[in-house]
Design a protein. Structure first.
Ligand SMILES: C[S@@+](CC[C@H](N)C(=O)[O-])C[C@H]1O[C@@H](n2cnc3c(N)ncnc32)[C@H](O)[C@@H]1O
Length: 237
């Protein structure tokens, strides 16, 4: 998602960094670079040793909802480059984390990381084998690569979220939580109703670190009701 390269070369103009347009840099990547240079969360992430500004979205969500406290086993879907897992490890140092991403990720102490597609048949079993027990928390920051067509992008990302939710309700321990990135127009009523059948509370949130212009929102589902035992009907609404 990071277009272009370049060393920056910005000069301050009225407190804002401006970037000279280089011949080999597109207007889009110049804008991206300018935004990065002027983003306080990017600076903070650098200063505090987080690999991504996304780390602050999880920190802010946790400040509001408190799902990290006491977590012992955590799954991080779409882990790269690793900001969310760093937050988990710093907040709850004893927690074991397993993560998965299409992209390679540099090692993180206390985390087992798979470079594979979460949508592949074998992914759920590989994650669970590595975790060695039911998680208290399933995180998903997965987003499909955007194609620029808003409806298509929302649908593709919602496909990932729904797969993450299906996995979460299959593996979570009762009382556990599911936190996932959704698109504003994407978490449709039927999906929210399905989550509400499975969790005591389901809330939508847009943490301050999530850029105002982006359509990204998060869903925080807490108090997993558990799977019905054999012969028992599924929980109602
Ligand atoms: C916004 S980034 C995650 C940032 C991360 N939470 C952090 O703090 O560093 C979304 C990630 O989802 C991954 N992703 C998208 N589709 C995936 C899939 N099918 N399986 C695994 N990872 C996927 C992308 O490769 C990308 O790295």
């Amino acid at each position: 998602m990071k277009p272009g390269g370049g060393s920056g070369g910005g000069r301050p103009v009225q407190g804002r960094q401006r970037v000279k347009t280089a011949r080999n840099r597109s207007a889009q990547s110049t804008r991206w670079l300018e935004r990065q240079l002027n983003d306080p969360y990017v600076r903070r992430a650098k200063a505090e040793g987080y690999r991504s500004r996304a780390a602050y979205k999880l920190l802010e969500l946790d400040e509001r909802f408190g799902f990290l406290k006491g977590a012992r086993r955590v799954v991080d879907l779409g882990i790269a480059p690793g900001g969310w897992t760093q937050v988990v490890r710093r907040r709850v140092p004893g927690a074991a984390v397993v993560g998965i991403d299409l992209l390679p990720v540099d090692p993180i102490d206390g985390a087992t990381i798979f470079e594979m597609d979460f949508m592949s048949d074998e992914a759920p079993a590989r994650l669970m084998e590595a975790l060695g027990g039911a998680p208290d928390l399933v995180l998903s920051d997965m987003a499909a690569n955007t194609v620029g067509h808003p409806q298509t992008d929302a649908l593709r990302t919602m496909g990932l979220v729904e797969a993450a939710h299906a996995f979460a309700i299959e593996v979570l321990r009762p009382g556990g939580a599911f936190v996932a990135k959704v698109f504003a127009g994407g978490a449709d009523a039927a999906f929210v109703a399905e989550m509400k059948r499975n969790f005591a509370t389901v809330k939508h949130a847009k943490p301050p670190a999530s850029r105002k212009g982006s359509v990204e929102w998060f869903v925080v589902a807490q108090g997993f009701k558990g799977r019905p035992s054999a012969g028992e009907p599924a929980a109602e609404g």
